[in-house]
Design a protein around this ligand. Structure first.
Ligand code: FAD
Ligand code: NAD
Length: 478
Protein backbone atom coordinates (compact mmCIF):
# COMPACT_ATOMS: atom_id res chain seq x y z
CA UNK A 1 0.00 0.00 0.00
CA UNK A 2 1.37 3.41 -1.01
CA UNK A 3 1.94 6.17 1.53
CA UNK A 4 1.30 9.00 -0.94
CA UNK A 5 -2.14 9.86 -2.20
CA UNK A 6 -3.87 12.61 -4.15
CA UNK A 7 -6.67 12.52 -1.58
CA UNK A 8 -6.95 11.10 1.92
CA UNK A 9 -10.41 11.21 3.45
CA UNK A 10 -10.64 10.80 7.24
CA UNK A 11 -14.00 9.21 8.08
CA UNK A 12 -16.21 6.94 5.96
CA UNK A 13 -19.70 8.14 6.83
CA UNK A 14 -22.03 9.40 4.06
CA UNK A 15 -19.86 12.51 3.69
CA UNK A 16 -16.48 10.74 3.61
CA UNK A 17 -17.28 7.58 1.64
CA UNK A 18 -19.09 9.57 -1.04
CA UNK A 19 -16.15 12.01 -1.29
CA UNK A 20 -13.76 9.06 -1.63
CA UNK A 21 -15.81 7.34 -4.33
CA UNK A 22 -16.26 10.54 -6.34
CA UNK A 23 -12.54 11.37 -6.04
CA UNK A 24 -11.60 7.89 -7.26
CA UNK A 25 -14.09 8.14 -10.14
CA UNK A 26 -12.31 11.32 -11.20
CA UNK A 27 -9.01 9.47 -11.39
CA UNK A 28 -7.52 10.66 -8.09
CA UNK A 29 -5.47 8.20 -6.07
CA UNK A 30 -7.60 7.95 -2.95
CA UNK A 31 -7.47 6.47 0.54
CA UNK A 32 -10.07 6.62 3.30
CA UNK A 33 -9.26 6.23 6.99
CA UNK A 34 -12.01 4.65 9.10
CA UNK A 35 -11.92 3.31 12.63
CA UNK A 36 -15.52 2.13 13.18
CA UNK A 37 -15.94 -1.25 14.87
CA UNK A 38 -19.47 -2.57 14.44
CA UNK A 39 -21.80 -4.47 16.77
CA UNK A 40 -20.27 -7.76 15.56
CA UNK A 41 -16.78 -6.51 16.51
CA UNK A 42 -15.70 -6.06 12.87
CA UNK A 43 -14.27 -2.93 11.16
CA UNK A 44 -17.04 -1.26 9.15
CA UNK A 45 -17.57 1.59 6.72
CA UNK A 46 -20.67 3.80 6.51
CA UNK A 47 -20.32 5.89 9.68
CA UNK A 48 -23.16 6.90 11.96
CA UNK A 49 -25.71 6.94 9.16
CA UNK A 50 -25.38 3.34 8.05
CA UNK A 51 -24.38 1.75 11.35
CA UNK A 52 -26.41 3.48 14.06
CA UNK A 53 -28.34 6.30 12.40
CA UNK A 54 -30.46 6.80 9.30
CA UNK A 55 -30.65 3.20 8.13
CA UNK A 56 -31.20 1.18 11.33
CA UNK A 57 -33.70 3.73 12.65
CA UNK A 58 -35.67 3.57 9.39
CA UNK A 59 -35.60 -0.25 9.47
CA UNK A 60 -37.20 -0.17 12.93
CA UNK A 61 -39.66 2.53 11.89
CA UNK A 62 -40.74 0.38 8.94
CA UNK A 63 -41.20 -2.78 11.04
CA UNK A 64 -43.14 -1.01 13.75
CA UNK A 65 -45.29 0.95 11.30
CA UNK A 66 -46.39 -2.30 9.67
CA UNK A 67 -47.13 -3.77 13.09
CA UNK A 68 -49.12 -0.67 14.03
CA UNK A 69 -51.12 -0.89 10.82
CA UNK A 70 -51.81 -4.56 11.38
CA UNK A 71 -53.08 -3.76 14.87
CA UNK A 72 -55.07 -0.64 14.14
CA UNK A 73 -55.91 -0.50 10.44
CA UNK A 74 -56.31 -4.01 9.10
CA UNK A 75 -59.70 -4.62 10.71
CA UNK A 76 -61.13 -1.49 9.00
CA UNK A 77 -59.86 -2.74 5.67
CA UNK A 78 -61.43 -6.13 6.26
CA UNK A 79 -58.31 -8.11 7.09
CA UNK A 80 -58.80 -10.42 10.06
CA UNK A 81 -55.56 -11.36 11.77
CA UNK A 82 -56.30 -12.92 15.14
CA UNK A 83 -53.88 -12.18 17.96
CA UNK A 84 -50.80 -10.24 16.89
CA UNK A 85 -47.44 -9.97 18.55
CA UNK A 86 -44.08 -8.50 17.62
CA UNK A 87 -41.00 -10.70 17.76
CA UNK A 88 -38.58 -7.95 18.84
CA UNK A 89 -35.34 -9.99 18.52
CA UNK A 90 -36.31 -10.85 14.90
CA UNK A 91 -37.01 -7.17 14.22
CA UNK A 92 -33.57 -6.24 15.61
CA UNK A 93 -31.88 -9.05 13.66
CA UNK A 94 -33.52 -7.82 10.43
CA UNK A 95 -32.24 -4.32 11.16
CA UNK A 96 -28.72 -5.68 11.78
CA UNK A 97 -28.81 -7.63 8.50
CA UNK A 98 -29.77 -4.52 6.54
CA UNK A 99 -26.93 -2.60 8.18
CA UNK A 100 -24.41 -5.35 7.41
CA UNK A 101 -25.53 -5.60 3.78
CA UNK A 102 -25.27 -1.86 3.22
CA UNK A 103 -21.96 -1.35 5.01
CA UNK A 104 -20.57 -4.39 3.16
CA UNK A 105 -21.80 -2.74 -0.05
CA UNK A 106 -19.63 0.32 0.65
CA UNK A 107 -16.66 -1.99 1.10
CA UNK A 108 -17.37 -3.49 -2.35
CA UNK A 109 -17.64 -0.02 -3.85
CA UNK A 110 -14.28 0.92 -2.34
CA UNK A 111 -12.73 -2.17 -3.93
CA UNK A 112 -14.41 -1.52 -7.28
CA UNK A 113 -13.11 2.07 -7.31
CA UNK A 114 -9.59 1.18 -6.15
CA UNK A 115 -9.87 3.09 -2.87
CA UNK A 116 -7.50 2.02 -0.09
CA UNK A 117 -9.28 1.63 3.24
CA UNK A 118 -6.75 2.55 5.94
CA UNK A 119 -8.21 0.84 9.02
CA UNK A 120 -7.60 2.73 12.23
CA UNK A 121 -7.80 6.16 13.75
CA UNK A 122 -6.57 9.04 11.58
CA UNK A 123 -4.99 12.23 12.84
CA UNK A 124 -4.17 15.20 10.66
CA UNK A 125 -0.66 16.53 11.23
CA UNK A 126 1.13 19.50 9.63
CA UNK A 127 1.77 19.58 5.86
CA UNK A 128 -1.16 17.31 5.01
CA UNK A 129 0.38 14.29 6.68
CA UNK A 130 -2.10 11.81 8.16
CA UNK A 131 -1.10 9.48 10.97
CA UNK A 132 -3.13 6.28 11.17
CA UNK A 133 -3.09 4.29 14.40
CA UNK A 134 -4.35 0.72 14.06
CA UNK A 135 -6.18 -1.23 16.77
CA UNK A 136 -2.89 -2.89 17.79
CA UNK A 137 -1.52 0.66 18.44
CA UNK A 138 0.92 0.51 15.52
CA UNK A 139 1.05 3.83 13.67
CA UNK A 140 1.86 4.70 10.09
CA UNK A 141 2.09 8.05 8.34
CA UNK A 142 0.70 8.91 4.91
CA UNK A 143 0.86 12.12 2.87
CA UNK A 144 -1.67 13.57 0.50
CA UNK A 145 -2.09 16.44 -1.91
CA UNK A 146 -5.49 17.01 -0.34
CA UNK A 147 -7.06 15.90 2.92
CA UNK A 148 -10.79 15.79 3.58
CA UNK A 149 -11.89 15.73 7.23
CA UNK A 150 -15.23 13.88 7.41
CA UNK A 151 -15.24 12.68 11.00
CA UNK A 152 -18.89 13.43 11.69
CA UNK A 153 -20.51 13.89 15.03
CA UNK A 154 -21.30 12.08 18.27
CA UNK A 155 -24.30 12.32 20.62
CA UNK A 156 -24.21 15.13 23.18
CA UNK A 157 -24.09 13.65 26.67
CA UNK A 158 -25.61 15.42 29.67
CA UNK A 159 -23.52 15.29 32.86
CA UNK A 160 -26.77 15.18 34.81
CA UNK A 161 -28.07 12.07 33.03
CA UNK A 162 -25.06 9.78 32.53
CA UNK A 163 -25.51 6.76 30.27
CA UNK A 164 -26.01 3.56 32.26
CA UNK A 165 -25.94 0.01 30.84
CA UNK A 166 -29.00 -0.44 28.61
CA UNK A 167 -31.20 1.63 30.92
CA UNK A 168 -30.01 5.17 30.13
CA UNK A 169 -28.89 5.18 26.51
CA UNK A 170 -28.16 7.45 23.57
CA UNK A 171 -29.78 6.93 20.16
CA UNK A 172 -27.50 4.00 19.30
CA UNK A 173 -28.47 2.14 22.49
CA UNK A 174 -32.17 2.59 21.74
CA UNK A 175 -31.78 0.67 18.46
CA UNK A 176 -30.85 -2.56 20.19
CA UNK A 177 -33.34 -3.32 22.97
CA UNK A 178 -34.56 -6.87 22.58
CA UNK A 179 -37.76 -6.34 24.59
CA UNK A 180 -40.28 -3.54 24.81
CA UNK A 181 -39.90 -1.26 27.84
CA UNK A 182 -43.19 -0.70 29.64
CA UNK A 183 -42.33 2.92 30.49
CA UNK A 184 -39.96 4.88 28.26
CA UNK A 185 -38.80 8.45 28.79
CA UNK A 186 -37.05 10.42 26.03
CA UNK A 187 -35.13 13.64 26.68
CA UNK A 188 -35.56 15.91 23.65
CA UNK A 189 -38.50 16.24 21.26
CA UNK A 190 -36.13 16.68 18.30
CA UNK A 191 -35.87 14.42 15.29
CA UNK A 192 -34.33 11.47 17.13
CA UNK A 193 -36.68 11.75 20.10
CA UNK A 194 -39.74 11.66 17.83
CA UNK A 195 -38.51 8.88 15.54
CA UNK A 196 -37.28 6.53 18.26
CA UNK A 197 -40.12 7.51 20.60
CA UNK A 198 -42.51 6.44 17.80
CA UNK A 199 -40.73 3.10 17.31
CA UNK A 200 -41.20 2.03 20.92
CA UNK A 201 -44.63 3.64 21.32
CA UNK A 202 -45.94 1.55 18.40
CA UNK A 203 -44.73 -1.56 20.20
CA UNK A 204 -46.69 -0.62 23.30
CA UNK A 205 -44.37 1.46 25.52
CA UNK A 206 -45.86 4.35 27.46
CA UNK A 207 -43.67 7.13 26.10
CA UNK A 208 -43.06 10.50 27.77
CA UNK A 209 -40.96 12.98 25.79
CA UNK A 210 -39.52 15.82 27.86
CA UNK A 211 -38.60 18.90 25.84
CA UNK A 212 -36.93 21.98 27.34
CA UNK A 213 -38.27 24.42 24.73
CA UNK A 214 -41.82 25.76 24.90
CA UNK A 215 -42.10 25.54 21.12
CA UNK A 216 -42.58 22.19 19.38
CA UNK A 217 -40.31 21.65 16.36
CA UNK A 218 -39.25 25.31 16.04
CA UNK A 219 -37.51 24.65 12.69
CA UNK A 220 -40.75 23.40 11.13
CA UNK A 221 -43.50 25.60 9.65
CA UNK A 222 -45.84 26.49 12.52
CA UNK A 223 -49.00 25.12 10.87
CA UNK A 224 -47.26 21.80 10.18
CA UNK A 225 -45.74 21.62 13.67
CA UNK A 226 -49.20 22.23 15.19
CA UNK A 227 -50.69 19.43 13.08
CA UNK A 228 -47.77 17.13 13.99
CA UNK A 229 -48.26 17.75 17.72
CA UNK A 230 -51.98 16.96 17.40
CA UNK A 231 -51.33 13.71 15.54
CA UNK A 232 -48.43 12.52 17.73
CA UNK A 233 -50.48 13.17 20.86
CA UNK A 234 -53.36 11.16 19.39
CA UNK A 235 -50.87 8.29 18.89
CA UNK A 236 -50.15 8.37 22.60
CA UNK A 237 -46.79 10.18 22.61
CA UNK A 238 -46.91 12.23 25.81
CA UNK A 239 -44.87 15.24 24.69
CA UNK A 240 -44.26 17.68 27.54
CA UNK A 241 -42.94 21.02 26.33
CA UNK A 242 -41.19 23.47 28.66
CA UNK A 243 -39.80 20.52 30.64
CA UNK A 244 -36.05 20.83 31.23
CA UNK A 245 -34.44 17.65 32.50
CA UNK A 246 -32.18 18.30 35.48
CA UNK A 247 -30.96 14.81 36.33
CA UNK A 248 -31.55 11.07 36.43
CA UNK A 249 -30.82 8.33 38.91
CA UNK A 250 -30.86 4.61 38.23
CA UNK A 251 -32.35 2.48 41.01
CA UNK A 252 -32.10 -1.21 40.17
CA UNK A 253 -33.95 -1.75 36.90
CA UNK A 254 -35.67 1.65 36.76
CA UNK A 255 -34.58 5.23 36.33
CA UNK A 256 -35.99 8.32 38.04
CA UNK A 257 -35.85 11.49 35.99
CA UNK A 258 -36.12 14.92 37.55
CA UNK A 259 -37.15 17.93 35.51
CA UNK A 260 -38.46 21.47 35.86
CA UNK A 261 -41.57 22.72 34.14
CA UNK A 262 -43.87 25.73 34.55
CA UNK A 263 -45.24 24.26 37.78
CA UNK A 264 -41.81 23.75 39.38
CA UNK A 265 -39.88 20.57 40.11
CA UNK A 266 -41.23 17.23 38.90
CA UNK A 267 -40.07 13.62 38.67
CA UNK A 268 -41.06 10.57 36.72
CA UNK A 269 -40.01 6.94 36.73
CA UNK A 270 -39.28 4.86 33.66
CA UNK A 271 -37.77 1.52 32.69
CA UNK A 272 -35.59 3.09 30.01
CA UNK A 273 -34.37 6.59 29.21
CA UNK A 274 -33.13 7.83 25.83
CA UNK A 275 -30.94 10.94 25.89
CA UNK A 276 -31.55 12.64 22.51
CA UNK A 277 -30.45 16.22 23.07
CA UNK A 278 -28.49 16.80 19.87
CA UNK A 279 -25.09 15.88 18.46
CA UNK A 280 -21.70 17.61 18.51
CA UNK A 281 -19.02 17.76 15.85
CA UNK A 282 -16.25 15.20 16.35
CA UNK A 283 -12.99 16.93 15.52
CA UNK A 284 -10.75 17.58 18.50
CA UNK A 285 -9.17 14.13 18.59
CA UNK A 286 -8.74 14.17 14.82
CA UNK A 287 -6.77 17.33 14.19
CA UNK A 288 -3.41 17.89 15.89
CA UNK A 289 -2.49 21.39 17.06
CA UNK A 290 0.39 21.48 14.54
CA UNK A 291 -2.10 21.11 11.67
CA UNK A 292 -3.34 24.58 12.65
CA UNK A 293 -6.92 24.07 11.44
CA UNK A 294 -9.41 26.75 12.48
CA UNK A 295 -12.36 25.50 14.50
CA UNK A 296 -14.75 26.89 17.05
CA UNK A 297 -15.15 26.01 20.72
CA UNK A 298 -17.86 23.43 19.85
CA UNK A 299 -15.45 21.60 17.55
CA UNK A 300 -17.02 22.72 14.26
CA UNK A 301 -14.26 23.03 11.67
CA UNK A 302 -14.29 26.44 9.98
CA UNK A 303 -14.76 26.21 6.22
CA UNK A 304 -15.67 28.51 3.33
CA UNK A 305 -18.58 27.90 0.94
CA UNK A 306 -16.47 25.27 -0.82
CA UNK A 307 -15.74 23.44 2.44
CA UNK A 308 -12.06 24.44 2.38
CA UNK A 309 -10.44 25.15 5.74
CA UNK A 310 -7.91 27.89 6.47
CA UNK A 311 -5.18 25.51 5.17
CA UNK A 312 -5.24 25.21 1.36
CA UNK A 313 -5.88 21.65 0.27
CA UNK A 314 -7.49 20.68 3.58
CA UNK A 315 -11.27 20.40 3.41
CA UNK A 316 -13.96 19.43 5.92
CA UNK A 317 -17.45 18.13 5.13
CA UNK A 318 -20.56 16.68 6.77
CA UNK A 319 -21.55 16.91 10.43
CA UNK A 320 -18.12 18.23 11.40
CA UNK A 321 -18.87 21.59 9.71
CA UNK A 322 -21.64 24.20 9.86
CA UNK A 323 -25.12 23.47 8.52
CA UNK A 324 -27.74 20.84 9.24
CA UNK A 325 -26.52 17.44 10.42
CA UNK A 326 -27.99 15.45 7.54
CA UNK A 327 -26.52 12.59 5.56
CA UNK A 328 -27.44 14.02 2.14
CA UNK A 329 -25.93 17.39 3.03
CA UNK A 330 -22.60 15.70 3.84
CA UNK A 331 -22.72 13.55 0.71
CA UNK A 332 -23.30 16.56 -1.55
CA UNK A 333 -20.41 18.36 0.12
CA UNK A 334 -18.27 15.28 -0.54
CA UNK A 335 -19.12 15.35 -4.26
CA UNK A 336 -18.46 19.10 -4.43
CA UNK A 337 -15.05 18.85 -2.77
CA UNK A 338 -13.92 15.89 -4.89
CA UNK A 339 -14.92 17.74 -8.06
CA UNK A 340 -13.15 20.93 -6.97
CA UNK A 341 -9.99 19.00 -6.11
CA UNK A 342 -9.96 17.38 -9.54
CA UNK A 343 -10.13 20.82 -11.13
CA UNK A 344 -13.83 20.72 -11.93
CA UNK A 345 -16.81 22.73 -10.77
CA UNK A 346 -18.55 21.99 -7.49
CA UNK A 347 -21.42 23.61 -5.67
CA UNK A 348 -23.93 22.85 -2.91
CA UNK A 349 -27.20 24.79 -2.87
CA UNK A 350 -27.73 25.07 0.89
CA UNK A 351 -30.98 27.01 0.33
CA UNK A 352 -32.63 23.94 -1.15
CA UNK A 353 -31.97 21.31 1.51
CA UNK A 354 -34.71 18.73 2.06
CA UNK A 355 -35.50 17.75 5.66
CA UNK A 356 -37.57 14.77 6.76
CA UNK A 357 -38.79 13.42 10.08
CA UNK A 358 -39.68 9.77 9.46
CA UNK A 359 -42.54 9.48 11.91
CA UNK A 360 -46.02 8.48 10.79
CA UNK A 361 -47.16 10.62 9.22
CA UNK A 362 -43.83 11.86 7.92
CA UNK A 363 -42.95 15.53 8.18
CA UNK A 364 -40.94 16.91 5.26
CA UNK A 365 -39.95 20.38 4.18
CA UNK A 366 -37.67 22.44 1.99
CA UNK A 367 -37.00 26.17 1.82
CA UNK A 368 -38.46 28.85 4.04
CA UNK A 369 -41.19 28.51 6.64
CA UNK A 370 -44.04 31.01 6.83
CA UNK A 371 -42.64 32.40 10.09
CA UNK A 372 -39.24 32.98 8.42
CA UNK A 373 -40.83 34.82 5.49
CA UNK A 374 -42.84 37.00 7.89
CA UNK A 375 -39.79 37.93 9.92
CA UNK A 376 -37.81 38.68 6.72
CA UNK A 377 -40.65 40.94 5.48
CA UNK A 378 -41.09 38.95 2.26
CA UNK A 379 -44.34 39.54 0.36
CA UNK A 380 -45.51 35.93 0.08
CA UNK A 381 -48.65 33.91 -0.44
CA UNK A 382 -49.50 30.49 1.01
CA UNK A 383 -51.46 27.65 -0.51
CA UNK A 384 -52.45 24.43 1.19
CA UNK A 385 -54.36 21.21 0.69
CA UNK A 386 -55.44 18.66 3.32
CA UNK A 387 -54.94 14.94 2.69
CA UNK A 388 -58.49 14.49 3.98
CA UNK A 389 -59.59 15.74 0.53
CA UNK A 390 -57.21 13.47 -1.42
CA UNK A 391 -58.82 10.45 -3.11
CA UNK A 392 -55.62 8.43 -2.84
CA UNK A 393 -55.14 9.24 0.85
CA UNK A 394 -58.76 8.17 1.46
CA UNK A 395 -58.19 4.91 -0.42
CA UNK A 396 -55.11 4.31 1.72
CA UNK A 397 -57.07 5.16 4.88
CA UNK A 398 -54.36 7.67 5.73
CA UNK A 399 -55.83 11.15 5.64
CA UNK A 400 -53.99 13.02 8.41
CA UNK A 401 -51.93 16.06 7.47
CA UNK A 402 -51.58 18.49 4.57
CA UNK A 403 -49.34 20.07 2.00
CA UNK A 404 -48.50 23.75 2.31
CA UNK A 405 -46.55 25.76 -0.22
CA UNK A 406 -45.24 29.32 -0.08
CA UNK A 407 -44.62 31.54 -3.05
CA UNK A 408 -43.12 34.92 -3.69
CA UNK A 409 -46.05 37.13 -4.59
CA UNK A 410 -44.24 39.20 -7.19
CA UNK A 411 -42.23 36.51 -9.01
CA UNK A 412 -44.42 33.45 -8.23
CA UNK A 413 -41.19 31.58 -7.31
CA UNK A 414 -41.60 28.65 -4.90
CA UNK A 415 -40.05 29.73 -1.59
CA UNK A 416 -40.90 26.72 0.54
CA UNK A 417 -42.88 23.49 0.65
CA UNK A 418 -44.06 21.78 3.83
CA UNK A 419 -45.72 18.40 4.02
CA UNK A 420 -47.10 16.35 6.85
CA UNK A 421 -48.81 13.23 5.63
CA UNK A 422 -48.43 9.83 4.02
CA UNK A 423 -45.32 9.52 1.87
CA UNK A 424 -44.22 13.08 2.65
CA UNK A 425 -40.54 12.20 2.20
CA UNK A 426 -41.05 11.09 -1.40
CA UNK A 427 -43.66 13.74 -2.14
CA UNK A 428 -41.27 16.51 -1.23
CA UNK A 429 -38.95 15.57 -4.10
CA UNK A 430 -40.91 17.48 -6.74
CA UNK A 431 -40.73 20.70 -4.71
CA UNK A 432 -37.00 20.26 -4.16
CA UNK A 433 -36.55 19.87 -7.91
CA UNK A 434 -38.84 22.83 -8.66
CA UNK A 435 -36.85 25.05 -6.29
CA UNK A 436 -33.53 23.85 -7.71
CA UNK A 437 -34.78 24.82 -11.18
CA UNK A 438 -36.00 28.17 -9.81
CA UNK A 439 -39.52 27.04 -10.64
CA UNK A 440 -42.75 28.89 -10.01
CA UNK A 441 -46.02 27.84 -8.48
CA UNK A 442 -47.50 28.14 -11.96
CA UNK A 443 -45.00 25.49 -13.16
CA UNK A 444 -46.34 23.07 -10.54
CA UNK A 445 -49.93 24.09 -11.21
CA UNK A 446 -49.48 23.41 -14.97
CA UNK A 447 -47.71 20.08 -14.44
CA UNK A 448 -49.92 17.03 -14.97
CA UNK A 449 -50.01 14.90 -11.83
CA UNK A 450 -51.22 11.31 -12.17
CA UNK A 451 -54.58 10.48 -10.63
CA UNK A 452 -55.07 9.18 -8.05
CA UNK A 453 -51.73 9.95 -6.37
CA UNK A 454 -50.69 11.66 -3.19
CA UNK A 455 -48.71 14.09 -5.35
CA UNK A 456 -52.01 15.63 -6.44
CA UNK A 457 -52.06 17.25 -2.99
CA UNK A 458 -48.97 19.25 -4.01
CA UNK A 459 -50.69 20.20 -7.27
CA UNK A 460 -53.82 21.33 -5.43
CA UNK A 461 -51.78 23.26 -2.85
CA UNK A 462 -50.10 25.12 -5.73
CA UNK A 463 -53.50 25.87 -7.28
CA UNK A 464 -54.88 27.01 -3.95
CA UNK A 465 -52.18 29.70 -3.62
CA UNK A 466 -54.32 31.88 -5.85
CA UNK A 467 -57.70 30.34 -5.14
CA UNK A 468 -57.79 27.80 -8.00
CA UNK A 469 -57.82 24.51 -6.10
CA UNK A 470 -60.43 22.20 -7.58
CA UNK A 471 -61.06 19.75 -4.75
CA UNK A 472 -61.48 22.18 -1.85
CA UNK A 473 -63.68 25.22 -1.63
CA UNK A 474 -61.41 28.25 -1.76
CA UNK A 475 -61.71 31.95 -2.20
CA UNK A 476 -60.20 33.41 -5.39
CA UNK A 477 -57.50 35.84 -4.31
CA UNK A 478 -56.39 37.37 -7.60
P1 FAD B 1 -20.64 10.21 10.32
O1 FAD B 1 -21.69 9.44 9.68
O2 FAD B 1 -20.72 10.44 11.79
O3 FAD B 1 -19.29 9.47 9.96
C1 FAD B 1 -18.06 9.89 10.47
C2 FAD B 1 -17.12 8.72 10.42
O4 FAD B 1 -15.82 9.17 10.75
C3 FAD B 1 -17.46 7.61 11.42
O5 FAD B 1 -17.55 6.39 10.74
C4 FAD B 1 -16.30 7.62 12.40
O6 FAD B 1 -15.96 6.34 12.88
C5 FAD B 1 -15.19 8.17 11.52
N1 FAD B 1 -14.12 8.80 12.27
C6 FAD B 1 -14.20 9.77 13.21
N2 FAD B 1 -12.97 10.11 13.64
C7 FAD B 1 -12.10 9.32 12.97
C8 FAD B 1 -10.71 9.19 12.98
N3 FAD B 1 -9.94 9.96 13.76
N4 FAD B 1 -10.14 8.27 12.19
C9 FAD B 1 -10.90 7.47 11.38
N5 FAD B 1 -12.22 7.57 11.32
C10 FAD B 1 -12.82 8.47 12.10
N6 FAD B 1 -29.63 12.02 8.63
C11 FAD B 1 -30.41 12.03 7.54
O7 FAD B 1 -30.13 12.75 6.58
N7 FAD B 1 -31.52 11.23 7.47
C12 FAD B 1 -31.88 10.43 8.49
O8 FAD B 1 -32.89 9.72 8.39
C13 FAD B 1 -31.07 10.41 9.65
N8 FAD B 1 -31.39 9.62 10.70
C14 FAD B 1 -30.57 9.58 11.80
C15 FAD B 1 -30.93 8.76 12.86
C16 FAD B 1 -30.12 8.69 13.98
C17 FAD B 1 -30.51 7.80 15.12
C18 FAD B 1 -28.93 9.46 14.02
C19 FAD B 1 -28.01 9.38 15.21
C20 FAD B 1 -28.57 10.30 12.98
C21 FAD B 1 -29.40 10.37 11.86
N9 FAD B 1 -29.11 11.21 10.79
C22 FAD B 1 -29.92 11.24 9.69
C23 FAD B 1 -27.91 12.07 10.79
C24 FAD B 1 -26.81 11.41 9.95
O9 FAD B 1 -26.52 10.14 10.49
C25 FAD B 1 -25.58 12.28 9.95
O10 FAD B 1 -25.91 13.58 9.50
C26 FAD B 1 -24.54 11.69 9.02
O11 FAD B 1 -24.17 10.39 9.42
C27 FAD B 1 -23.29 12.58 8.98
O12 FAD B 1 -22.38 12.03 8.09
P2 FAD B 1 -20.82 12.26 8.26
O13 FAD B 1 -20.17 11.44 7.20
O14 FAD B 1 -20.53 13.70 8.35
O15 FAD B 1 -20.46 11.67 9.69
P1 NAD C 1 -32.22 17.87 18.01
O1 NAD C 1 -31.36 19.07 18.09
O2 NAD C 1 -33.08 17.67 16.81
O3 NAD C 1 -33.17 17.81 19.29
C1 NAD C 1 -32.69 17.84 20.60
C2 NAD C 1 -33.77 18.41 21.50
O4 NAD C 1 -33.39 18.20 22.85
C3 NAD C 1 -33.97 19.90 21.32
O5 NAD C 1 -35.32 20.15 21.01
C4 NAD C 1 -33.57 20.47 22.68
O6 NAD C 1 -34.33 21.60 23.06
C5 NAD C 1 -33.84 19.30 23.61
N1 NAD C 1 -33.08 19.35 24.88
C6 NAD C 1 -31.76 19.63 25.06
N2 NAD C 1 -31.43 19.57 26.38
C7 NAD C 1 -32.56 19.23 27.05
C8 NAD C 1 -32.88 19.00 28.43
N3 NAD C 1 -31.96 19.09 29.40
N4 NAD C 1 -34.15 18.68 28.76
C9 NAD C 1 -35.11 18.57 27.80
N5 NAD C 1 -34.86 18.77 26.49
C10 NAD C 1 -33.61 19.10 26.10
O7 NAD C 1 -31.21 16.65 18.18
P2 NAD C 1 -31.42 15.09 18.02
O8 NAD C 1 -32.85 14.74 17.95
O9 NAD C 1 -30.57 14.48 19.08
O10 NAD C 1 -30.78 14.82 16.61
C11 NAD C 1 -29.38 15.13 16.36
C12 NAD C 1 -29.14 15.40 14.91
O11 NAD C 1 -29.29 14.22 14.13
C13 NAD C 1 -30.08 16.43 14.37
O12 NAD C 1 -29.32 17.55 13.98
C14 NAD C 1 -30.73 15.83 13.18
O13 NAD C 1 -30.63 16.64 12.05
C15 NAD C 1 -29.97 14.53 12.93
N6 NAD C 1 -30.99 13.51 12.67
C16 NAD C 1 -31.70 13.61 11.50
C17 NAD C 1 -32.71 12.72 11.25
C18 NAD C 1 -33.49 12.85 9.99
O14 NAD C 1 -33.05 13.53 9.08
N7 NAD C 1 -34.64 12.22 9.89
C19 NAD C 1 -33.02 11.73 12.17
C20 NAD C 1 -32.31 11.68 13.34
C21 NAD C 1 -31.27 12.57 13.58
Amino acid sequence: MSSNYDVIVIGAGPAGYVAAIRAAQLGLKTACVEKWINKQGKPALGGTCLNVGCIPSKALLESTELYDQARHKFADIGIQTGALSMDVPTMIARKDKIVQELTGGIQQLFKANGIDWLQGSGKLMADKRVQVTASDSSAQEYTAGNVIIATGSVPIELDATPLHTDIVVDSAGALDWESVPERLCVIGAGVIGLELGSVWRRLGSEVVVLEAFDTFLPMVDTAVAREAMKIFKSQGLDIRLGSRVMGSKVNGQEVEISYKDANGDATLKADKLIVAVGRRAYSNEVVSAEANIGMDERGLVHVNEHCETNIPGVYAIGDVVRGPMLAHKGSEEGVMVAELISGGYGHVNYDVMPNVIYTHPEVAWVGKTEQQLKSEGVDYQAGSFPFAASGRAKAKGDTGGMVKILRDKASDRLLGAHVIGPGASELLGQSVLAMEFDGTIEDIARTIHAHPTLSEAMHEAALSADGRAIHIANRRRS
